[in-house]
Design a protein around this ligand. Structure first.
Ligand code: NAD
Length: 408
């Protein structure tokens, strides 16, 4: 049995999680490309639409795990930091930013002591702050590996945003650093904690569509005009190949957790229009076909340049499961159609996914419970992404080992 056999099938994820309900060819680490991986630009204004709390949280629950938030960008400020209020086991104990004005404004709003507001340069001092047990990395992807290594060197556990890093090699470095430090590493794959996706996993586990034949996923939107110097999401050094790592990864994940299988081969195509500054360094579209040992296939599509769509569909011999939107922060839908029956399921509030994710790492730290989205899962996905780019670059089908490494 390899480390992937069964480990990340839907069977195991449900069993463990039920309680809480390039790639080598294209992508290289930023350092390898000779670009700075150092601290971020300073002096950036707060993202639009940020609502800071009017009053800092009053108390910290006994036993709650203190998190340092590194990277005070859009996702951290609008989605993650406000959701700590719904967590019973996690609280914000420190913040890290290159922008002193933001450190003050956000630190005051969340009641973070001045001594626990770090710049990227002073980050190493976090090692001596016992109130911080975990670091949540919410930086551009090209900085994840470096800052995970720094957090482990400081003796902290790590929750790292998706995608885990830019390459399998970077993921392996992060896992090794976690093992050396004897600290936990979790990837923030929030859909594993989201009621609609969890219900879809359970339905597929119960063979609700019969024998699986086809999974289709699409995660697309049309990006406005931008350039790599303005927006890290179109910079190869910070974002890898682009939409697949950023958005299509949700569809890739869904294909695996709904099928419960690892693909044995992948064939893929990429597209990049000429003379479009958005796609000077990254792809505009990626389309991949995965073939599973059962004979089922998955078609995973993602784009930064087509009309918005967020959908997942699993079609079997007896019915079809449809989700649209499938992987949003809220408002997801889930329909099961079998013969003449059509059932719309409403398994719960999608927004609980954020706090459940925080609580999951807190439980792993406090109670030594297993992490259902560990670094090994992030590594698996980066290997699959590398295989997708390798297939697209060569025009050949790529055959895979069970651990998602490419067969030579
Ligand atoms: P963002 O651009 O809004 O924020 C990035 C933050 O990193 C900013 O505070 C910026 O100042 C800082 N930074 C540090 N060094 C930088 C550098 N060299 N270049 C640019 N910025 C730098 O991005 P975001 O949307 O908040 O994304 C951050 C991470 O969160 C990414 O890994 C992304 O994939 C992830 N994310 C996850 C979800 C999800 O649903 N799980 C959603 C959005 C983003």
């Amino acid at each position: 049995m390899t480390m992937f056999d069964g480990d990340f099938t839907r069977r195991r994820m449900i069993a463990v999680g039920g309680g809480v309900a390039a790639a080598g060819l294209l992508v290289q680490g930023a350092a390898a490309l000779g670009q700075s991986t150092g601290p971020a630009a300073t002096g950036k204004p707060m993202p639009d639409g940020v609502d800071l709390p009017a009053n800092p949280p009053a108390t910290v629950q006994p036993g709650s795990v203190g998190f340092a938030i590194i990277g005070l960008g859009d996702y951290a400020l609008k989605q993650i930091m406000p959701r700590f209020a719904q967590s019973g086991r996690a609280h914000i104990a420190a913040i890290v930013s290159g922008n002193p004005a933001k450190l003050k404004q956000v630190g005051d709003a969340y009641g973070v002591p001045e001594s626990a507001r770090y710049s990227y340069d002073s980050f190493a001092q976090i090692a001596t702050n016992p109130a911080v047990e975990a670091v949540y990395i919410i930086l551009p992807t090209g900085l994840h590996a470096e800052w995970a290594e720094r957090a482990f060197a400081a003796g902290k556990h790590v929750l790292c945003e998706k995608p885990m890093a830019l390459s399998g090699a970077e993921c392996e470095r992060m896992i090794a650093a976690s093992q050396r430090a004897n600290r936990k590493l979790m990837i923030a794959y929030r859909c594993h904690f989201e009621p609609y996706n969890m219900a879809a996993m359970a339905l597929m586990e119960d063979d609700a569509v019969g024998a699986l034949r086809l999974i289709r996923t699409e995660h697309s939107y049309r990006m406005g005009p931008t350039t790599p110097s303005e927006n890290w999401r179109v910079s190869r050094a910070l974002a890898g190949g682009g939409p697949l790592e950023d958005y299509g990864i949700y569809g890739l994940q869904a294909a695996l957790y709904l099928s419960g299988e690892m693909p044995e081969s992948i064939s893929a195509a990429t597209y990049r229009p000429a003379n479009d500054p958005r796609f000077a360094e990254i792809f505009a579209h990626v389309s991949a076909q995965l073939r599973f040992p059962s004979g089922a296939t998955a078609h995973v599509v993602t784009s930064y340049d087509s009309a918005g769509l967020n959908m997942v569909e699993a079609r079997g011999t007896e019915g079809v499961l449809k989700m649209q939107p499938a992987t949003n922060y809220g408002g997801n839908t889930l329909t099961l159609e079998a013969g003449r029956n059509r059932q719309e399921l409403t398994p719960g509030d999608s927004e609980v996914q954020f706090a459940r994710q925080l609580d999951h790492l807190a439980s792993a730290i406090r109670d030594n419970t297993p992490i259902i989205t560990p670094g090994e899962m992030g590594l698996r996905d980066l290997r699959l992404i590398e295989a997708i780019y390798a297939s697209a670059a060569s025009g050949q089908t790529v055959r895979l080992n069970p651990d998602a490494t490419m067969r030579r």
